[in-house]
Design a protein around this ligand. Structure first.
Ligand code: GLU
Length: 458
């Protein structure tokens, strides 16, 4: 290709990205997290936009960054003292080019339109990367499940679903869990949906209990998938989990099963955390203890040291990144690794970072990792295992048949390998070898954009 022509295309693509990004910022003022997610993706799409002018001519970026639909609603409920409480519910139906909207529900006080839109936007590309027929969506509420009774959780979930049921369905929009939403919450929401619909539509939710349509290995899928992906990345450089010192932030669903799989792969996980602080266990974090404390007893991570007195508890979860490690797996929440934390990890010799949470590294932190030559596995690719097994749960519900644990786990591992392969190939093809941010964004984008073009201007 004529280099002059090529350079002109790249400059044109850059200008296009900048213009659409400015429109997004102006149209969605104050939505910092949404802007961040859009910026990360848009910037990495410059090489493909330069190569395929059709994407620009057909306004793909303008359309892909505007949700097909954003639903917000009042969620009134009565607490145990008889007081009326009001929360806000959300569902963003971002893109249905590849299939029904698919993505979790988050119950956390920080939830607002910006958080839901950043998560929904990321979900489009993540779901595309899995190779399954699922579009992108996300939802949730600013409801805080921490410290609530089972009765309060149920009343809230029923009220939430009494409104949301109008907008979801097995071929329309299929929610699942995320922060603050696990099997208990999904059970209550599915029960209320079933009651209102008057029919047993198992495929309307994923992450259901095993006894009523859930998939084996769904609970483990995000954490296992993250470790499978990082393992692929390490192996490509002749490295492995075996003997590596690992830090996993968080102690929720993603973190628990990342700890288990990293340990099974020979790694020593020395720390994990919750929003109050972290525990350091030089002998290796005991997966069974964290799982019971968090999944069954719903206690704080500080309780870990009562059972393992040699371990240390430190207040302030962000300090977890000062622990020297070979592999860091941020599995807590968005923006938990900022530039300072990233520099600290690099100074302490980190070799690989794998994002189990959604957008846990800031844009500045990602630059620090890339500039230091640290292997970096971005969330969209590395944590896609959860939603991938959700799609397998939908398949099983449609077949009215269940696979065994190892069958689902084998499929998950295959999917994670393919995501790695597709991302690394796209990175290579577009001139950014080994850059999995560019590679996964381009690989995920390409399928969605091509389907959007096939469907006409809608
Ligand atoms: N909340 C998860 C995610 O961020 C899973 C979504 C799903 O299973 O639909 O991908």
């Amino acid at each position: 290709m004529n280099p002059m022509y090529d350079e002109q295309n790249v400059a044109g693509a850059r200008k296009y990205v900048q213009e659409v990004y400015e429109t997004v910022v102006n149209r969605n003022p104050h939505e910092r997290e949404f802007h961040q997610a859009v910026k990360e993706i848009f910037d990495s799409l410059v090489p493909i936009l330069a190569k395929v002018p059709e994407y620009r001519q057909l306004g793909i970026l303008e359309r892909i960054s505007e949700p097909e639909r954003l639903i917000t609603f009042r969620v009134p409920w009565v607490d145990d003292s008889g007081k009326v409480q009001v929360n806000r519910g959300f569902r963003v139906q971002f893109n249905s080019a590849l299939g029904p909207y698919k993505g979790g529900l988050r119950f956390h006080p920080s939830v607002n339109a910006s958080i839901i839109k950043f998560l929904g936007f990321e979900q489009i590309f993540k779901n595309s990367l899995t190779g399954q027929s699922i579009g992108g969506g996300k939802g949730g509420s600013d409801f805080d499940p921490k410290g609530k009774s089972d009765g309060e959780i149920m009343r809230f979930a029923q009220s939430f679903m009494t409104e949301l049921y109008k907008y979801v369905g097995p071929d329309l929009d299929v929610p699942a869990g995320d922060i603050g939403v696990g099997a208990r919450e999904i059970g209550f929401m599915f029960g209320q949906y079933k009651r209102i619909r008057g029919g047993y539509e198992a495929g309307v939710f994923t992450g259901k209990g095993i006894g009523y349509g859930g998939s084996l290995a769904r609970k483990e899928a995000t954490g296992y998938g993250t470790v499978y992906f990082v393992d692929e990345m390490l192996q490509s450089k002749g490295l492995s989990f075996d003997g590596a010192k690992v830090v996993v932030s968080g102690s929720g669903n993603v973190a628990i099963y990342a700890i288990q799989k990293a340990t099974q792969f020979g790694g020593k996980v020395v720390a994990c955390s919750d929003s109050d602080g972290f525990v350091y266990d030089e002998h290796g974090i005991r997966f069974e203890t964290v799982q019971r404390l968090k999944e069954v007893e719903r206690k704080r991570i500080s309780e870990y040291v009562k059972e393992h007195p040699h371990a240390i508890y430190v207040e302030g979860c962000e300090k977890i990144w000062s622990i020297p490690c070979d592999i860091a797996l941020p599995c807590a929440t968005q923006n938990e690794i900022d530039e300072k934390a990233a520099k600290l990890l690099v100074a302490n010799g980190v070799k690989a970072v794998g994002e189990g949470a959604n957008m846990p590294s800031t844009l500045e932190a990602i630059d620090v990792f890339h500039n230091a030559g640290v292997l970096f596995a971005p969330a969209k690719a590395a944590n896609a295992g959860g939603v991938a097994v959700s799609a397998l749960e939908m398949s099983q519900n449609s077949m009215r048949f269940s696979w065994r644990f190892h069958e689902v786990d084998d499929k998950l591992r295959e999917i994670m390998k393919n995501i790695y392969k597709d991302s690394i190939q796209a990175a290579e093809e577009f001139g950014y070898p080994n850059n999995l941010v560019v590679g996964s964004n381009i690989a995920g984008f390409r399928k969605v954009a091509d389907a959007m073009i096939a469907h006409g201007i809608i």
